[in-house]
Each structure stands twice: as C-alpha cells, then as structure tokens.
Design a protein around this ligand. Structure first.
Ligand SMILES: Nc1nc2c(ncn2[C@@H]2O[C@H](COP(=O)(O)OP(=O)(O)O)[C@@H](O)[C@H]2O)c(=O)[nH]1
Ligand SMILES: [Mg+2]
Length: 451
C-alpha cells in the first residue's frame, strides 16, 4: 500500500541525540546511499552485514567504526539505507555528515525517515506516530503502549473496522443502481444491524483510544480552590520539589504553573492555578479566569480547601460538586490536616481526602486516587493514541449514526451511502490512507531530525 511513486533523493542525518556519547549514528537513506556509504568506508558494503571500516573524507580518516547497509525494500524507510556507527563525537558526526553531503546527500528534515517509511508502505500513519510517541514517552506505561501501537495493534483494529465498512459501502452502493429493489435488499442484508455493530465497535475503540491518549499525552490535573488553601504547597508535595512559590500572602499564584511528573508509572501534568476570589488586581483577575478555564478543560480537577477554615456545609457543597453533570471529574482535598483534630468518621466521604501538604500526611493515598480517578490504574493500556485519532473516530461515529438514522427514516440509498463514505474516510485519516498532504506535513514536522 505504497503512497510513494515520487522519486526521492538521498538524505542524511545524525540519528543519535545531540551531544557527546559512546556511539553516534549517522544515517543515510535514498538512492545512492550505498555508493556514498562505500565511498566513506573505502570498501564494499554487503546488505545486513556489519563492516568494520575507517570512515574517510578523501585522504583524511575521520574515525573508525561499523557500517551497516540495508538494501531496499528491506529497511526502515524501504529505501537503501546506510548507518555509520562512529564514536559519539559531535565533531566526528558533523564531518561525516559534511562528507556525505559533499557526495550528493542533503540534510534530512524532521521526521523525514519516518515519512519515507510511511510513503513506502512500511508503516501506516498511526504506526509512524507511535514511533514519535515512543521516543517521547516519559513513563513505562506510555512506552509500552507506544510499542504496541508501533507494532500495529491500534492500526489493526482501525483497518478491520474500515474493511467491514468498505464491504458495507459496496453493498449499499450496489443498491443505488437498482432503486426498485433497494429497501428489501438492504433489509435482507441487515445493513441496519451491521451499522449498529460498527457503532458499538467504534464506541469501544474510542474508549480504549481515550485511555491511550491519556497515557500518551499525560493526564491534566488542575488544582483549584480559594487563595491560601495550599494548592501550591500540594503541587510541591506531589511533585517532590519546590516548583511553586508558597507564601501566606493570598494571591501569590497569579498565573498557571505546569509541572510534569510520573505517578505510579503514569505521566501527569499538574496545573497550579490562581486562588479563586474577587480581585481588583488586573493580573490576578486574568489568572483567575485562566484557573476557571482549567476547571473545565482538565482531565481531573482537585478542589483544595483549607480544612481549618471550612465548615461542614462547605464540605457538603464541595462534595455535591464532586460529580458535575458536565466537565471533568473532581476530587476534594481538605488540606492542613495538621492544624485540626482528627476529622472524624462523619467527615470521611468518598472522593474527599484529608491531607497535610506540610507534613505529607495523606499525600500517598491521594496520589493513588489521582491515578484511579483518571481511569488508568489496573487496566492494561492497550495502545497509545492521539487527539487527532479521537477526532477521526468521532467523525466516523457521527457519520455512521447519521447513516443509521437515514436508513431508519427510509431516506434515499444515495444519502446513506454518502454518510458511510464519510465514515470510511474518517477511519482512513487515522491510518493515513485518506490523509491530506498538509496534515502529513504537520504530523512529521513534529518528529525529531534523524527519525
Ligand atoms: N499548617 C499548614 N499550612 C499549610 C499547609 N499547606 C499550606 N500551608 C500554608 O498555607 C499558606 C498558603 O499556601 P499556598 O500553597 O501558597 O496556598 P495557595 O494560595 O492555595 O497556593 C502558606 O503559608 C503555606 O505554608 C498545610 O498542610 N499545613
Ligand atoms: Mg498558590
């Protein structure tokens, strides 16, 4: 399923991270990779054989190391690829790169190797994205999930749904030519039942993809509450570092402060916000507006209250707001437990956590609850996914739902067929069979150079 057809040129890049290291890899891909590799090594290269060689630029020996040659199509990109493993010296790698460019290669852009792998049908788009996600993974859970996506587990489900939908489209489109028999025929083929089954499968995939997105991009957890409740102190306690400024002056935090951390193997972005209150200060007011926005868009909101100040009614109010009809899930934290006597059993409600950000009391339990509340503990995360994938799944779902309604309403077969086509295209966007070039450009430009 190659999208290629375009004659590509020879590209080169350092594939290892910037800086010094034990080993550095310079990678070449495209027509002429072997010739340039052999010129740099001063010897012949055999596919899939490690060749020890002195890397040279003309007479000058730049380094010695191992050259690997993969003949097309059996390579990552599907093209002729040469990898030169030299010592991890930025100077050596730069000289090798210059020598390759002097022989006709050009510097690769971000993600260009992966893009070629995609264009040559070695990976589909979701798999190529998983390569970038794996490299960027900050937790074991995210890395494992990305490997699964990279190995095609996510794509396989999408391809399977797309295939079923393609069959269904054929069936429905066949009826367009025989309008007299269509209703009976569609009923007989149980098109409605098939659409319902697809809708259920899409729903299931969406749920799993959403979890995949959370492990991949990190759960966004916003700390919200009145000034001086200890939001910033809690952020520091959870992060294990003094990331936020803590003072007894109300209104200390005026802008959003974001800290990335890993809790129980799950990547998390904690967002500290300005305390909610009426303020005349312009900057603080903007901060408070940003805090309110976070309360709507975060994956999880932690409402922080000062346990020494709130009364039972205030706790009740916070608890009743625990499951808002709309918006993110919430946990309520009663902070400054060290200042009060034991809250007593009456005040132990589900979703309410009594802690002291100062002493650390109750913080471990809260950490577990945060991971639980995000729906990420216990369940094995199948694969990584991105916001882009969820959007396409939603589009596919909407289209199929419309097709279902139109079928029930006895609309013309053409209209049903059109919705099915839209749904099919939306699935195709995920794996890259239906992806506009500008979207491809955007996706690959976020990759690192050399990948
Ligand atoms: N005794 C006690 N004081 C706390 C605790 N957490 C925060 N504080 C104090 O409460 C004040 C406000 O804390 P801060 O984290 O800046 O609150 P924020 O405005 O909600 O961010 C500071 O003086 C903190 O030292 C706690 O658990 N116990
Ligand atoms: Mg603060």
């Amino acid at each position: 399923m190659s999208r290629g057809g375009v004659q590509q040129d020879l590209i080169a890049a350092v594939a290892t991270p910037p800086g010094q290291g034990g080993i550095g890899v310079v990678r070449l891909s495209g027509p002429g990779a072997r010739d340039v590799g052999e010129a740099l090594c001063g010897c012949e290269l055999t596919p899939r054989r490690a060749t020890f060689a002195a890397f040279r630029d003309g007479e000058d020996v730049l380094d010695e190391g191992i050259a690997l040659y993969f003949a097309e199509p059996a390579s990552f990109t599907g093209e002729d690829v040469v990898e030169l493993q030299c010592h991890g010296s930025p100077v050596v790698m730069q000289q090798l790169l210059d020598a390759a460019c002097a022989r006709g290669a050009r510097l690769a852009g971000p993600g260009e190797f992966s893009e070629r792998a995609f264009l040559n049908g070695k990976l589909d788009l979701a798999q190529a994205e998983a390569v970038a996600d794996l490299i960027a993974a900050t937790s074991v859970a995210a890395a494992r999930a990305a490997v699964r996506s990279l190995r095609g587990e996510f794509s396989e489900v999408v391809h399977r749904l797309a295939e079923t939908l393609a069959q269904l489209r054929m069936l429905v489109e066949a009826c367009i030519d025989f309008p007299d028999e269509d209703v009976e025929f569609l009923e007989e083929a149980d098109v409605g039942g098939q659409i319902s089954a697809l809708l259920r499968a899409l729903e299931d995939l969406r749920g799993r993809s959403q979890q995949g997105q959370l492990v991949n991009e990190g759960i966004h957890v916003a700390l919200i509450g009145p000034p001086n409740a200890g939001k910033s102190s809690l952020l520091n306690a959870l992060a294990g570092e003094e990331a936020a400024i803590v003072t007894d002056v109300p209104g200390t935090t005026r802008d959003l402060l974001k800290v990335d951390l890993v809790l129980s193997g799950m990547p998390l972005r904690l967002i500290d916000t300005a305390g909610l209150r009426d303020s005349d200060d312009t900057v603080e007011r903007i901060g408070i507006a940003r805090a309110r926005e976070q309360a709507d868009v975060a994956d999880l909101v932690i409402v922080v209250l000062d346990a020494a100040l709130v009364d039972a009614a205030a706790i009740d109010a916070a608890v009743s707001a625990l499951a808002p009809p709309q918006g993110p899930r919430r946990l309520v934290v009663m902070n400054k437990l060290d200042l009060i006597a034991d809250p007593g059993p009456a005040n132990v409600a589900e979703g309410v956590f009594w802690i002291s950000a100062r002493t650390g009391d109750g913080v471990e339990r809260l950490k577990r609850a945060i991971v639980d509340a995000a729906g990420l503990s216990g369940a094995e995360i199948g694969f990584t996914a991105r916001a882009r994938h969820l959007e396409s799944l939603d589009k596919a779902y909407d289209a199929l739902q419309k097709a279902d309604q139109q079928l029930r309403a006895g609309e013309a077969t053409e209209i049903v067929a059109e919705e099915l086509r839209d749904g099919h295209n939306a699935l195709g966007e995920i794996v890259g069979t239906e992806t506009p070039d500008d979207l491809l450009g955007r996706i690959f430009s976020e990759f690192c150079i050399g990948k």
